[in-house]
Design a protein around this ligand. Structure first.
Ligand SMILES: [Zn+2]
Length: 306
């Protein structure tokens, strides 16, 4: 398939850049292959890879949100401090990279509370954003949104409005939206998609950026910015720029998803940062946050079954 012509010269909209800070062995596809009890004995590569991303962001003068695992903050508190000192936003990716729908509400609460405390201690500032491992807030774990509100988070970026074998709520809104509950409010920041016919197709990050040709991402973000006047929320992981990482044994689909085009991600990232404007997720949401705090009245429910 040939690339559609894409002009990004008129894309004045500022998009959000985000990084899920985890090591190569924390990834959900390796659950059961690298047990959590052996994580501390694994060679850690997350600091060096994150430092490289920070240098790339400095080169392009952009700020990003870093959704950091609590267990990474515990093992490498200096990494968290360094990210803050370079002017970026710190947010939470949970403590132990457990899928939300595999946990009880109490276990999830302990996980996100522990992560928030570790991150705030290391960063020296408050943490208000959350992204679940593998976008695992789905129809069977919507209770997690109430827990996040109660634990002091003000935005969540864990719902992908697509069909996928592991995650997604295809009927969920494609733009950031406010969820108001008895316990307070939360802004939901969905993974970015373009609408093609009856489908929402993911366009901004992770495997979709690394495995598909770059023109797909470029076309998708340009379409969001120019036709829909919407910002994209891009995401990637430090291990995605690390072609030298140790190879772990897993099924062929998992190996394909994790190892494909690792040696191309960094140059694609330079292209992306040259083509579009980026800032943190919090900066994208500040106007919505003000609106949320000024609102009053009865809580609204989500636009799908709660
Ligand atoms: Zn993750």
């Amino acid at each position: 398939m040939n690339a559609p012509p894409t002009d990004t010269s008129d894309c004045r909209i500022v998009n959000a850049m985000s990084v899920d800070v985890e090591d190569y062995f924390h990834v959900s596809v390796f659950d059961g292959i690298v047990p959590r009890s052996s994580w501390d004995q694994m060679e850690s590569r997350v600091c060096a890879n994150t430092e490289r991303l920070l240098d790339i962001f400095d080169e392009h003068a952009i700020k990003s949100t870093f959704f950091i695992l609590g267990c990474v903050a515990e093992r490498h508190p200096g990494l968290v401090r360094g990210i803050v000192e370079r002017g970026h936003e710190i947010a939470s990716h949970g403590y132990a990279h457990r899928l939300v729908y595999d946990q009880t509400p109490d276990a999830f609460r302990d996980d996100v509370r522990r992560a928030k405390r570790l991150l705030e201690d290391a960063a020296g500032c408050s943490v208000g954003g959350f992204r679940a491992p593998s976008y695992s807030i789905t129809p069977r774990s919507l209770w997690a949104l109430d827990v996040l509100i109660e634990e002091g988070y003000w935005y969540d970026a864990s719902i992908f409005p697509i069909r996928h074998d592991r995650y997604g709520i295809p009927v969920s809104p494609r733009e950031p939206f406010l969820i108001e509950r008895e316990g307070g409010g939360l802004i939901e920041v969905p993974g970015s998609t373009v609408r093609v016919g009856p489908l929402n197709l993911p366009v901004a990050g992770g495997g979709y950026f690394r495995i598909l040709p770059y023109w797909w991402t470029r076309w998708g973000i340009a379409r969001l910015n120019t036709l829909e006047r919407q910002a994209a929320v891009f995401y990637l992981h430090p291990w995605e720029i690390d072609a030298e990482q140790p190879r772990l044994r897993a099924g062929w689909l998992s190996r394909f998803r994790h190892y494909r085009n690792l040696d191309q991600t960094e140059s694609r990232l330079h292209d992306l940062l040259g083509d579009f404007r980026f800032d943190t997720v919090a900066s994208l949401l500040q106007p919505d946050r003000r609106t949320a705090s000024e609102r009053s009245g009865s809580p609204a429910s989500l636009p799908y079954l709660w």
